[in-house]
Design a protein around this ligand. Structure first.
Ligand code: 5AD
Ligand code: SF4
Length: 438
């Protein structure tokens, strides 16, 4: 009888990519995917620990999933991702039903580890691999029938921003060989993928032999059949002039950059150990906008870092007003055990953090809405991804990564088409077809 697996993914796109690799390996081992954990023989939770809230969510979900064991003692329960790496064997102690704790760098060895777990007896905690290079495998057929795919090009981070847990859980920066990445991309293209997003905690630091990130982008740009390239995330400190020029030179590189700024005050940026000033950040945005007029800029920002004064926070609001981001991901600062910021003085009370976050989000809402409304009447190129969640329409994204919904028949799925924007809200745009496939 076929065995079944259930997988649930929390957190970032790198986790989504990892979950796909894990799913593929499970399917190669004879498992079929199910959407209900109660019907599964193998249950896997891929977790995130970047903020305290994400970690709590992962632990409470794990607690619920562990109860499945009471109904069916034969079900295997595994936890992967950053919480697995960070909490390690503690998780095996805390959750009696847990069979496997799998760190992000052990995913390449999952097949072997799975066999050991299936043999039973031992509860393996595969978390000792932070210093190891990322181990990948050939094939990569899992993204079948989708228009968009991810490729993780590097893992880890060497920056040690003072608030961030990532360097402790994802380890040091390790890049994958360019030939392997190009092969993976070619495979995806053969399966019908039109858009590839290159992933890494800090893609600008990609380095393998003589190949730097801008070189890798250039090679990707030459791949026949690929229509769009994106990447995330970049660090302002490492955004090189060559990379900025890539936006002018490479026609497949989408006019969108996600460039986290975190704070608008130089004093706070210094305490965060970010390695750039607000002036430098604004210069980078100017250079990007000169290289590729109309480039969309999105960012991450935090409210309530330890010691953040009202004046510091005003500087964050001021930077948001001056840059006018297309979209902003904003977070309340949260203490992460083991990071320098967790030990800093001047912690901001929760209510004040929340009030600042609200002010910031209110400001950004107006900016996003204004920018989206400016697009009304324009004809934009949209890569059609599928049917929209609501209604019978289709959905896709502009090159600037904005969601566009429109009504039409399904023959446009996975095609690039032009859509004239008719209405705009905070979250998405709504339009009508302008012309046939480009
Ligand atoms: N508290 C709040 N937000 C954080 N981020 C990272 N660490 C923390 C923390 N300790 C945010 C940053 C980062 C995004 C992925 O998560 O803004 O860019
Ligand atoms: Fe964390 Fe800073 Fe590395 Fe980003 S660059 S993952 S914020 S340490």
């Amino acid at each position: 009888m076929a065995k079944h697996y259930y997988i649930e993914t929390m957190g970032c796109q790198m986790n989504e990519y990892d979950s796909d690799r894990l799913s593929r390996m499970l399917e190669d081992s004879g498992y079929q995917r199910v959407g209900d954990p109660e019907k599964a023989d193998f249950v896997l939770l891929n977790t995130c620990s970047v903020r305290a809230k994400a970690e709590q969510k992962a632990l409470s979900r794990l607690g619920r999933l562990a109860t499945l064991k009471k109904k069916n003692p034969r079900v295997l329960l595994a936890v992967a991702g950053c919480v697995a790496q960070q909490r390690g064997v503690d998780l095996l102690e805390r959750f009696a039903g847990l069979d496997l704790v799998l760190g992000p760098r052990e995913i390449g060895n999952f097949r072997v580890i799975l066999e050991k777990v299936k043999e039973g007896g031992t509860r393996v905690a595969a978390i000792d691999a932070r210093g190891k290079p990322v181990s990948f495998f050939g094939g990569f057929e899992y993204f079948k029938h989708t228009v968009k795919a991810f490729i993780t090009i590097m893992e880890g981070c060497n920056n040690f921003c003072s608030y961030c847990i990532v360097p402790y859980v994802r380890g040091r920066e390790t890049s994958r060989p360019p030939e392997e990445l190009l092969d993976e991309a070619k495979n995806l293209i053969l399966q019908g993928v039109k858009e590839i997003t290159l992933l890494g905690q800090n893609v600008n630091s990609y380095a393998y032999g003589n190949t730097r990130f801008s070189g890798l982008l250039k090679s990707m740009n030459e791949l026949e059949g690929l229509q769009r390239i994106r990447f995330t995330t970049s660090h302002p400190k490492d955004l090189s002039p060559e990379l900025i020029q890539s936006f002018a030179r490479l026609e497949k590189l989408c006019p969108h950059i996600h460039l986290p700024f975190q704070a608008g005050s130089n004093r706070v940026l210094k305490a965060m150990k970010r390695g750039y000033s607000r002036e430098k950040y604004m210069e980078l945005i100017d250079a990007l906008r000169n290289a590729r007029p109309g480039i969309a800029v999105t960012s991450d920002v935090m409210a309530g870092f330890p010691g953040e004064t009202e004046e510091d926070f005003e500087l964050t609001l001021d930077l948001i007003r001056q840059i006018e981001f297309d979209n902003l991901f904003s977070f309340k600062y949260s203490d992460r055990e083991g990071t320098p910021a967790a030990k800093m003085e001047g912690k901001i009370p929760e209510a004040q953090k929340l009030a600042r976050l609200d002010r910031l989000q209110e400001l950004q809402r107006k900016i996003t809405l204004k920018k989206n409304r400016e697009l009304i009447g324009r004809s934009l190129e949209v890569l059609v991804e599928g049917t929209s969640k609501k209604g019978q329409g289709l959905t896709g994204r502009t090159a600037t990564n904005k969601v566009v919904n429109f009504i039409n028949d399904k023959r446009y799925i996975s095609k690039l088409i032009n859509v004239t924007i008719k209405r705009a809200s905070f979250n998405s745009l709504w339009g009508e077809l302008t012309s046939e496939e480009t």
